[in-house]
Design a protein around this ligand. Structure first.
Ligand code: URA
Length: 443
């Protein structure tokens, strides 16, 4: 096998890497024989030179097998193991709603989730707003929770795709996150190691996403779908709108509360009052998965099953069982034990008008600045802070009416956030066109 510098040189000069080169790199990530500098240099060469589909598939496979690969057959669930994964958004609490809905529709959902990244929130940070909720589980406990609740949202743990763990940490600090082959291998290696039978990806597109343009989102979605299927995992992707905050909240405890309101119907009944993009994307992702996994014959039937999981209260029950099994509140539906931030301040609209646009990335960064995300690895996250009552696009407001409500740990932090949120909203005289929640289906 060529030494690391030769492999880096090949990619630097634009060559395609052989499977042996790629295996050597991944092995070196795990056994430490590649230094941080060498691994980061190859990552940067890949950012610039790209990888073809064969290389991306080889990298994905090697990273998948860099650790334990779970197989659920021995558990005899008698149900397909399915999952959805989002490329990251602001207010993106869809996993909290969808995992129990899918469980209620007859699937098992071993969902490996992540922490917040940059301006986007992370599902694990949200769930840890529930006192006691454990995200770190050994494989046997993972299986026990799946038997008890049908769904388990946990972290990858050191045994799953350890090559991605090391490479991701290096990419995060060397400006090498934004690369279609690297994102593809990173996401899919964890999903393939989780032993899934079907996967649907929510590729977010817009101001709040890592893929800001339709072309970028399309390239990422196509790569994920092609490589996922080539690696033997039936995979589809939806490209969905992230030009606005999803739902009404952004911030960990606030998002958990919104998800609970959706699941229990406290938001007006089966998610009826939910902001329309959030509701439409949740149902569309769920329907694709149920059809892909053979749990529903077609999309209309799948949508009916998902609706029933809400109105029957079964999705909410599955969520409660998962939370209890993972050490969270014993009856999360009755008392989620979420704590409130001490300071709450409305953000007044500076003029009368219709909400026509919002700088979603800026809103995500405002939540991070309030303490709801990390500025550097290891920072602690304040679960209480964030935004609620975020007005969706198309809302008509009088001057001074709230654009959103800021939840902050201090008056100073609240004042700063009020300014940032005000600046992030655009008010116009006429309503904007209604966005398409789902822009494309790939696969
Ligand atoms: N999420 C991941 O898991 N990996 C990436 O590279 C980007 C988003």
């Amino acid at each position: 096998m060529p030494p690391p510098a030769e492999i880096i040189r090949s990619k630097r000069d634009g060559a395609a890497l052989s499977s042996d080169d790629i295996d050597g790199f991944v092995q070196g990530l795990v056994d430490g024989s590649w230094s941080d500098a060498q691994a980061a240099a190859l990552a940067m060469a890949i950012v610039w030179r790209g990888m073809d589909e064969r290389e991306t598939t080889a990298l994905t496979r090697a990273m998948t097998h860099s650790g334990q690969v779970l197989h659920w057959q021995a558990e005899a669930f008698g149900k397909p193991a399915i999952d959805k994964h989002s490329t990251g958004g602001v207010g993106d609490k869809l996993s909290l709603m969808l995992a129990p809905m899918l469980a209620a529709c007859g699937a098992v959902v071993p969902m490996i989730s992540g922490r917040g990244l940059g301006h986007t929130g992370g599902t694990l940070d949200k769930l840890q707003a529930l006192p006691g909720y454990r995200v770190q589980v050994e494989p046997d406990e993972f299986a026990r929770v799946l038997h008890a609740a049908g769904c388990a949202i946990v972290s990858a743990g050191p045994q799953l795709a350890p090559a991605d763990r090391r490479l991701y940490a290096l990419r995060d600090v060397t400006a090498t996150v934004e690369s279609v082959p690297l994102i593809t291998a990173s996401i899919l290696s964890k999903k393939l190691a989780a032993g899934l039978d079907a996967l649907v990806l929510d590729v977010k597109c817009g101001a709040g996403a890592f893929a800001p343009t339709p072309a970028a989102a399309r390239a990422l979605a196509e790569s994920l779908v092609r490589v996922g299927n080539a690696a033997g995992l039936p995979t589809r992707a939806l490209i969905t709108d992230q030009d606005a905050v999803l739902g009404h909240t952004a911030g960990n405890a606030l998002e958990v509360q919104e998800a609970l309101d959706f699941l229990t119907g406290r938001d007006g009944g089966a998610g009826r009052d939910t902001e329309p993009v959030q509701r439409a994307v949740t149902l569309a992702l769920g329907a694709q998965l149920l059809v892909l996994a053979g749990l529903a014959p077609d999309e209309p039937e799948a949508l009916a099953m998902l609706q029933h999981s809400l109105v029957s209260g079964r999705a909410a029950e599955h969520f409660a069982r998962m939370v209890r099994a993972l050490g969270g509140p014993a009856d999360v539906l009755a008392d989620a034990q979420l704590t409130q931030a001490p300071v709450q301040r409305p953000v007044p609209a500076p003029r009368a008008g219709v909400v026509s646009a919002m700088d979603t990335r800026a809103l995500g960064l405002a939540v991070v600045a309030l303490g709801g995300g990390r500025l550097k690895p290891g920072d602690t996250v304040d679960p209480r802070v964030g935004l609620s009552q975020v007005r969706p696009r198309g809302t008509a407001l009088a001057a001074g009416e709230p654009l959103a409500l800021v939840h902050a740990a201090s008056e100073a932090a609240a004042a700063e956030a009020v300014r940032a949120v005000q600046a992030a909203f655009t008010l116009a005289d006429t309503a904007p066109p209604r966005p398409a929640a789902v822009q494309h289906l790939v696969g």
